[in-house]
Ligand binder design. Sequence first.
Ligand code: PGA
Length: 248
Amino acid sequence: MIAGNWKMFKTRDEALQFIYAVNMEVPKKEFVDTVVCAQAPVLRDLVKRQGENLRIGAQNMHEEVEGAFTGEVSAAMLENIGVDYVIIGHSERREYYNETDERVNLKLHQAFRYGLTPILCVGEALETREANETNAFVKKQVEIALNGLGPRQVKELVIAYEPIWAIGTGRTATNEQANETISVIREVLKSLYDQETAENTRILYGGSVKPENIDGLMAEPHIDGALVGGASLDVKSFLRIADAAYTK
Ligand code: PGA
């Protein structure tokens, strides 16, 4: 899977231009799930125009069905307009909007209730990696996030391992670092569920993924794809990254 995370970029006109340019060019969905996670105001327009091989995702949702939560969007609203995926627990949401592991867990349950496929983000800060605490930190994030979910749900969801120090910094984790931490996540899935769940849950890498480094990342055995920020804004580089997953 290759998922673009547009963050707070692109007006409606820019978003539509992008969709028209990539719709016919992305790999067939039998081979690669290609997803664009866009900002809320353009989601409906993109869903209406998504080609056969492209799916649209949101970048966040609230954990409640509805209520007095000014500025928020619910899973029901996303489902109702035909969105398929939703990013949950991105490190920017955790850092700037007080998203705790416990809220991430509630959001995952709510996403499943409405048939949305969550892309759960986990990943450590630089201090954590330098203190050699990455594995324990990521393990805890995954355990709390998945609390109460069954193996069938976990196999459906997508996990994105995104070291915070690699996001938007141009500093990618090495292929080996990414692969190793993702293998730790698979171990956690094995201990919480079983071997089959550990093998079949899709786990992506994210953090400064670009056309120049995608091939090396995709060559690693545990990496099933990428969550791409900056490089997903440009048609050519997004397509090049999606093609790299095709050849895996
Ligand atoms: P980046 O962002 O590719 O721009 O580093 C990745 C992400 O935040 O998902």
